[in-house]
Write a protein that binds this ligand. Sequence first.
Ligand SMILES: [Ca+2]
Length: 315
Amino acid sequence: MKSIRSKIVYIILGVLILGISTVFAYSYLAQNVGYTPTDTEWNVENTKEALDDLRDKFGRESKLITNISFTPVAFNRYIRVTINTTIQNSSDISAYHVYVTDKENSNDIKSYVSKDNVIDATGLSVGTSYYVYVVAYDKYDHYKESTIQLVNTLLNPENLVPILTSNTSGGGNAFATYTANGRSPWEAFDGIIDPPSAFGNRPGYMISSTQGNQIGYDFGAGNEKIVSMVVYYGHPGDGNARYTSFTLQYSDNGSSWTDVQTYTPRNPTSYSTIADLREEFEVDTPMTQHRYWRINATNAGHSWAGLLELQFWGY
Ligand SMILES: [Ca+2]
């Protein structure tokens, strides 16, 4: 009798252990088998497979992050991705990952990781379509993934200020804190690079170390721009009439200004053609849109200095 009771106990224990193991196994599988997006979300089957492989490495889906989406802003060589998640406590996010690929048949996927929810996916090509995909991790290293968006990078930047015939002829407003010799701010944006015979006394604009060192353009409300490059034609008269350096700045109200980057143009007194005067200064950091852009310059030996032409390039 005793051995029969023992056997029954063992059988009951065995059934219980099997049952509990099965429940755990199903629970584990349910948590680890991810959501499979539809073909219209992925668009290209092979890209889907490559990113599916990537997702399989993530592990368990987050219960803290209940929603994730992102807004992409395209530039020529990068895409700025702003990620929005629904989570009770934003400090419970451990990291955001952005994945970018333009390939339909390979695992060539660029990845970018940050704790900041704004991530610049850099190193991309001009005028190219990219699949962008975002994953957020919570404090338990569990993930929440977004759907995929197709984003086109822009063509190269363009000259943002139209050729001006007055300060306001382009729809915005050319401005400066000092002008001399009857010059006006718009003459720095008039498309005219004065011929060599007129060099010296005919800069497009002048700055003064005592009366103001800034010249720029107000693009107007609702017409905010991103400046990604300054094109600059220096004053080739004498070396003391040039700008020794200038800082690109932006503003949203025309009164408080933020420095972007400082540049050192070459001394333009030695040149052989007007084209030699052209210098390009690229902005190294991705920018956002702003209404006012200007340069804040430093003059050389004279109390004044000048430039022949100024261009703000961007989007
Ligand atoms: Ca000019």
